[in-house]
Design a protein around this ligand. Structure first.
Ligand code: ARG
Length: 598
């Protein structure tokens, strides 16, 4: 009945595709293995457009070839009808029973995977995402990296990939000399008044402590020459691994983590401490990375600095712009750390894919780092390195998102506002749905945070997008709230169903809206595998939005609890329940919750 022990379900489009492919190679042996190019279609369930090109290649008449292929296709259990249309397209209709049986097999999958198979060749991906900087406020760019990265982690793990998460936080560099020296001279500046249990409050306090300390240290550094000298000496101590200096530095890292974790918690996102391996984590490798590059001739000394040059990377005057691996004063920068991280990820973590969820404005840096690693032999054919580059978050005015004073917007404030607005939306309907105050607040968080994530994930990552809270929490249109309501509405129907239970009835004829919903549900597996392979969560968002739209049409045309017969009630309950499970699974792959009552 379609369920195999592996529980993965062959989609209808795959079975049709296979039948067409074998009919095609039976008709035209040289077309064996050719793709019949099957697509969903408005005219029939599917249309195959591949015959035209094949006929052209074989110098055959496309309509004739199409007619011959049709005569080879056995209609019956799955394909109910197949006909030639236009210059040589095939229009294919599948049977109602096949649709219901296929969906029933997905529904029966006890693993909760809805019949989605694992990827054919899973590997190990090291994903670099959610990488804020120590002692600095997180900004909307860090939000994007976290949201996109988290979704890609969920997607990859779902397809069976081994995923190693790396939060490459900025925790190393010359600015720490100044901070360490200041804290050493004013040891109580990072003390907390809030209890550690209140993570939100202590996160905020941690950030304001760090911010205040940064500003005062900076002022002193700029005005007091003696402090400046002491601060500079501290950088040297830090790089030399002086224990006391490192201990003070660690206080900054710990304080910042309190803040980071409070933001990630607000984002309803799991970030684990052992996965936070910042720039400092590669410190022991930096000298060797430079030695290997210099000895192999990949990097050369130029004006005292260790540089890698590229034919196609030039400045405005045509002068070459190198990747600087070591500065002339002996200091190591961002590139040395990233090159060392590649060695670690390839040779120690055994990555087959390196993925970097980083702002598009760092594209040149990654292009040069990857090319350097290739020349050094650290990246070879067995390893793919990709920057999943994302665009800029814009304000309503279309300019990079800043406060009026031109400062970066505090992430906590932004998320709090999203939750406040969402809570108001939830509260509006709360009485009708019968929500307690606690449920209102919980749903407000899920809706508000979901709205922020969905707005980010529903546009292609490389594109800039406008941060518009009014639009994000709107009940109509392509928003997470719309999808969350679709889910909750189904749950409410299932609660009202009383004795009636969802059950598939393949013997029943389906209404057009049921067919459309069913065929879209059938595409879930294909969509997820594609989206995971191409790192394009926005295509999953689009799929889910279409699913909710199909559901809306279905409600308009097909009564569920008032359907014609008990069997039809059961079958429609089964259809909506599978839709709910698909919405739930899809949303969770985007990192978004689906409350039962809304
Ligand atoms: N901390 C950096 C920033 O805030 C992002 C780090 C990206 N990852 C990396 N491996 N370079 O811009």
């Amino acid at each position: 009945n379609g369920t195999s022990p592996m529980a993965s379900v062959t989609s209808l489009s795959d079975s049709v595709q296979q039948q067409l492919a074998s009919a095609l190679s039976a008709t035209l042996p040289e077309a064996a293995g050719a793709d019949p190019l099957l697509r969903r279609s408005d005219r029939a369930d599917y249309q195959a457009n591949g015959i035209l090109a094949l006929a052209k290649k074989a110098k055959a008449n496309p309509r004739e070839l199409a007619t011959q292929v049709v005569s080879q296709v056995a209609t019956g259990a799955v394909i109910q009808d197949i006909e030639v249309s236009g210059p040589g397209f095939l229009n294919i209709t599948v049977s109602d029973g096949a649709i219901t049986e296929n969906l029933a097999a997905r529904y029966a999958d006890e693993t909760g995977r809805l019949g989605v198979p694992f990827a054919a060749h899973p590997g190990t991906t090291v994903i670099d995402y959610a990488q804020p900087n120590v002692a600095k406020e997180m900004h909307v760019g860090h939000l994007r990296s976290a949201v996109i990265g988290d979704s890609v982690v969920q997607l990859l793990e779902f397809t069976g990939e081994t995923v190693v998460r790396r939060h490459h936080i900025g925790d190393w560099g010359t600015q720490f000399g100044m901070l360490i020296q200041y804290l050493d001279e004013h040891p109580h500046e990072l003390d907390h008044k809030t209890s550690a249990e209140d993570t939100a409050a202590s996160g905020e306090e941690a950030m304001s402590n760090l911010d205040r300390l940064y500003k005062t240290a900076r002022k002193l550094f700029d005005s007091d020459e003696e402090f400046k000298t002491r601060a500079r000496r501290r950088v040297v101590d830090l790089q030399a691994g002086d224990p006391h200096t490192l201990a003070v530095w660690q206080k900054f890292v710990d304080e910042s983590k309190i803040y980071f974790f409070s933001v990630f918690e607000k984002l309803d996102m799991e970030v684990r401490d052992p996965d936070i391996v910042g720039e400092s984590g590669y410190n022991d490798m930096l000298a060797e990375t430079c030695r290997l590059l210099e000895e192999s001739g990949v990097a050369v000394r130029s004006e005292g600095a260790l540089c890698v040059f590229f034919d196609d990377v030039k400045g405005p005057e045509g002068n070459p712009v190198p990747l600087i691996v070591q500065k002339s004063d002996g200091g190591y920068g961002y590139a040395a750390t990233d090159l060392s991280a590649i060695r670690d990820r390839v040779f120690n973590l055994k990555a087959s894919t390196l993925l970097y969820v980083v702002d598009a404005r760092q594209a040149l840096h990654f292009r040069m780092v990857f090319e350097t690693a290739r020349r050094a032999g650290w990246l070879n054919d067995g390893v793919t390195a990709v920057q999943l580059a994302f665009g800029t978050v814009l304000g309503k005015d279309g300019k990079p998102f800043k406060t009026r004073a031109g400062e970066t917007v505090k992430l906590q404030d932004l998320l709090d506002e999203a939750v406040d607005r969402a809570t108001a939306v939830v509260r509006d309907k709360a009485e009708k749905v019968g929500l307690s105050e606690q449920e209102i607040e919980e749903n407000g968080r899920y809706v508000g945070i979901g709205a922020v994530k969905y707005a980010d994930l529903s546009t292609s990552a490389v594109r800039d997008y406008k941060f518009d809270l009014d639009q994000m929490v709107s009940l109509n249109g392509d928003t997470s709230v719309y999808l969350q309501y679709a889910y909750a509405r189904i749950q409410s129907i299932l609660r009202k169903a009383g004795e009636a239970r969802p059950a598939a009835h393949p013997e029943l004829a389906l209404a057009p809206a049921e067919r459309a919903l069913g065929l879209h549900l059938d595409q879930f597996a294909e969509t997820v595998l594609e989206v995971a392979a191409s790192y394009e969560p926005h295509k999953l968002a689009a799929y889910l939005y279409q699913l909710a739209s199909h559901l809306t049409t279905f409600y308009d045309q097909c009564p569920v609890l008032k359907a014609e017969s008990p069997a039809q009630i059961e079958n429609r309950l089964f259809l909506v329940d599978l839709t709910a499970r698909t919405l739930h699974r899809g949303m969770s792959l985007l990192g978004i919750r689906t409350p039962d009552k809304l």
